[in-house]
Ligand binder design. Sequence first.
Ligand code: OFO
Length: 169
Amino acid sequence: MISEKMEKAFNDQINKELYSEYLYLSMQAYFESLNLKGFVNWFTVQVQEEHAHAIGMFDYLHERGGKVELQAIDKPRTEWKSPLECFENVLEHEQYVTSRINALMDTAEEVKDRAALSFLDWYLKEQVEEEANVGNVLATLKLIGDDKKALLMLDKDLAARTFVQPVIG
Ligand code: OFO
């Protein structure tokens, strides 16, 4: 049986993952408004990944005999000045999520929940990957500057991203 403290920490993180899904859906809508379909595809995959992250914790909490209590999801931002500003926001958000996963692991250490620690290892590795992927797109956007042709080339590249159902834990 999972401790009450750990149960609450997981419920809070499920909310953060669902918020991530919501934020990226809002960014997807922003790129729809710019008619950049490759970016739209990139965010479609991102939304699916965040949903999988939330469900991974949702299932795990049940597996450990805990109770899932869903919370209200904050309203996400809806406007960005440019694709560059939007991706700066993505990186900032992923860095925040990384800090939350670290805090969740601190709680698991505090209550000596080694099973949760080992489960959360996957999330920690995933954050390293996410930050690297987002950082790459961001670096390219910085190089592109105001070059519309180069932006369309990046859009074409991002259209190739596909969703692979992650095996969590
Ligand atoms: Fe983007 O990794 Fe979950 O939140």
